[in-house]
Design a binder for this molecule. Structure first.
Ligand code: GDP
Ligand code: ZN
Length: 442
C-alpha cells in the first residue's frame, strides 16, 4: 500500500438508495472538482457541506473534508450518487480517469492508522462493527472503536516503560547511591493483574465475535428438534414421534441472552442398521466434538434413565448442560443428581426454557445476564497479552533477586507485546494480514 497516492472506492454496499464514492489522497479535491460540477464550487470554503451538482449527466452531491480532520487523515471528497450500479459505476470510472486508483481492501482504514487517526485496536474494531453478530457485539466493537481498549493499553504501555527505566537505572548506578524504589515489584504485580483482567475477556470476546457453537445431542425422540424450534421461535426442524426423523444435522442461528449462537441439531445417537441413519450418527459425533457447548437432552419421562446417562457420560462432550426434557409428563419425578449443570424443561410447554438460557449464559459468559463489558479482546490481542503475562511474573522475581538486567529485558519484551496490540510496535506483514481482511471501501 502506498500512502501518498490517490485512492477511491464505493464506501457503501450495493443496493442502497445512495452510493457513496470516497476519494482520499493529496489530490482528492482536484479530482473531485474535475469530475463533479455544481453551482457552488467544491473547495476549502465548502468544507463539510453537501453541495448539489452533477457527475456527468447524473445528479450527485459532493462534500469536501480536508485532512487531517477526515476519516483517513488525507483530504477526502465524497460523491453521493443515485443508488443503482450504473450511476455509481459511471462516477467511479470518471474518478479513475481523473487520476485515482481503486483502493485495496481496508486501505482507507489503513491510511487512518498510518496518519494516527486510529490505532490498530481501533482499526480492528472497524471490522468488528461491520460484522457484529448481535447487539452486544456491536456495542463492544463501538467502544473499542472509541478507544476504550486503546486507552487501557496505552496506560499499561506507559507504566511498563516507566518500570523498565526504573530497572535500567538500577543497572547504571550501584544500589547504595540510588533512592531505593521499593514499590517496583508491587507496581509490576498490579500491572500484571490489570493485563490479566483484559486477557480474561477473551472468551466473551470470541463468543461475541464468532458466535458460540451449541450442539443438541441425546437419544432419538428425546426432544432435540422440539427444543431447537423453541430456541429459534419458529419451526425449523421436523418434529415427529418416529425415532430417527432428524437423520442429518440441521444448523440455525439465534441469539441467547445477548450471545450470538449457532445451533446444530443432530441425528439421535443410537445404533442403527440404516446406513443413512448411521451416517447421521457419525456426523452427530463430529458436531459434538467441534461444538463449544453441548445441550444433552434426556427424556425425563422415559424408562431408561440410567442407560441415557451412561450414553451421556460416554460421549466426550465439552461444556455439557444436561437438559431433562418432557418434564410436563412427570412434574413430580425425582431425577438423579448429575456432575454437570442440569435443568428441567418442557420443549412442549416452554417451561424451564429461561433457566436453560441462563445456565448457558453462565457457562459461556459467567453471568446469567451478560452485560456489555467495557472491553473484550480479540484472539490477536489475547495471544500478545498471554506472552506479556508469561514474562512479567518472571521479571518481577528477577527484580526481587536484584537481577536488574534480566528484569529489564523481560519488561521491555512485555512492553513491546502490549505495544503490538495498538500497533506501536508492529511488523508490516502483520499489518497486511489485518487490513487485507477488510472489504473494499473500508
Ligand atoms: P428428537 O428426535 O430428539 O429431535 O425429538 P423430537 O423433537 O422430534 O420429539 C420427539 C417426540 O417427543 C415428538 O412427538 C415431540 O412432540 C415429543 N416431545 C418433545 N418434547 C416434548 C416435551 O417437552 N413434552 C412432551 N410431552 N413431548 C415432547
Ligand atoms: Zn430431531
Amino acid at each position: 500500500m502506498n500512502t501518498f497516492d490517490n485512492i477511491a472506492a464505493p464506501a457503501t454496499g450495493i443496493g442502497g438508495a445512495v452510493s457513496i464514492i470516497r476519494i482520499s489522497g493529496p489530490d482528492a479535491l482536484a479530482i473531485g472538482r474535475r469530475v463533479w460540477r455544481g453551482r457552488r464550487e467544491l473547495g476549502p470554503e465548502s468544507r463539510r457541506e453537501l453541495l448539489l451538482g452533477r457527475v456527468g449527466i447524473d445528479s450527485a452531491l459532493a462534500v469536501f473534508m480536508p485532512g487531517p480532520a477526515s476519516y483517513t487523515g488525507d483530504d477526502v471528497v465524497e460523491l453521493h450518487c443515485h443508488g443503482g450500479q450504473s450511476a455509481a459505476d459511471q462516477a467511479l470510472r470518471s474518478v479513475f480517469a481523473a487520476g485515482c486508483r481503486l483502493a485495496e481492501p481496508g486501505e482507507f482504514t489503513f491510511r487512518a492508522f498510518v496518519n494516527g487517526k486510529l490505532d490498530l485496536a481501533q482499526a480492528e474494531a472497524v471490522n468488528d462493527v461491520i460484522s457484529a453478530g448481535s447487539d452486544l457485539a456491536l456495542r463492544i466493537a463501538e467502544k473499542q472503536l472509541d478507544g476504550v481498549l486503546s486507552r487501557r493499553l496505552e496506560a499499561a504501555y506507559d507504566e511498563l516503560n516507566a518500570l523498565r527505566a526504573e530497572c535500567e537505572s538500577h543497572l547504571d548506578f550501584p544500589d547504595e547511591e540510588l533512592a531505593w524504589e521499593p514499590d517496583v515489584p508491587a507496581r509490576l504485580e498490579a500491572l500484571t493483574a490489570q493485563l490479566r483482567e483484559l486477557y480474561d475477556t477473551r472468551d466473551i470476546g470470541g463468543a461475541l465475535r464468532d458466535g458460540v457453537s451449541v450442539v443438541l445431542a441425546g437419544r432419538p425422540n428425546a426432544g432435540k428438534s422440539s427444543l431447537l424450534n423453541r430456541l429459534l421461535g419458529y419451526e425449523r426442524a421436523i418434529v415427529t414421534p418416529i425415532p430417527g426423523t432428524t437423520r442429518d444435522t440441521v444448523e440455525a442461528q439465534t441469539v441467547i441472552c445477548n450471545l450470538p449462537v449457532r445451533i446444530t441439531d443432530t441425528a439421535g445417537l443410537r445404533e442403527s442398521a440404516d446406513p443413512i441413519e448411521q451416517m447421521g450418527v457419525e456426523r452427530s459425533r463430529k458436531s459434538i466434538a467441534a461444538a463449544s457447548v453441548t445441550f444433552w437432552l434426556l427424556d425425563a419421562s422415559g424408562g431408561e434413565l440410567e442407560a441415557e446417562l451412561a450414553e451421556m457420560e460416554r460421549a466426550d462432550a465439552v461444556n455439557r448442560i444436561a437438559v431433562w426434557n418432557k418434564i410436563d409428563l412427570v412434574p413430580e419425578r425425582a431425577l438423579p443428581e448429575l456432575p454437570c449443570p442440569a435443568v428441567r424443561i418442557s420443549a412442549r410447554t416452554g417451561a424451564g426454557l429461561d433457566e436453560l438460557r441462563e445456565a448457558f449464559a453462565v457457562m459461556v459468559a459467567k453471568s446469567p445476564r451478560p452485560a456489555v463489558p467495557e472491553v473484550a479482546v480479540n484472539a490477536r490481542a489475547a495471544r500478545l497479552l498471554a506472552e506479556a503475562l508469561e514474562l512479567l511474573p518472571e521479571a518481577t522475581a528477577r527484580f526481587r533477586e536484584e537481577e536488574y538486567e534480566l528484569a529489564a529485558i523481560g519488561i521491555r519484551t512485555a512492553m513491546n507485546r502490549v505495544g503490538e496490540i495498538t500497533g506501536k510496535t508492529v511488523e508490516p506483514d502483520i499489518l497486511d494480514n489485518i487490513f487485507s481482511r477488510f472489504c473494499i471501501g473500508k
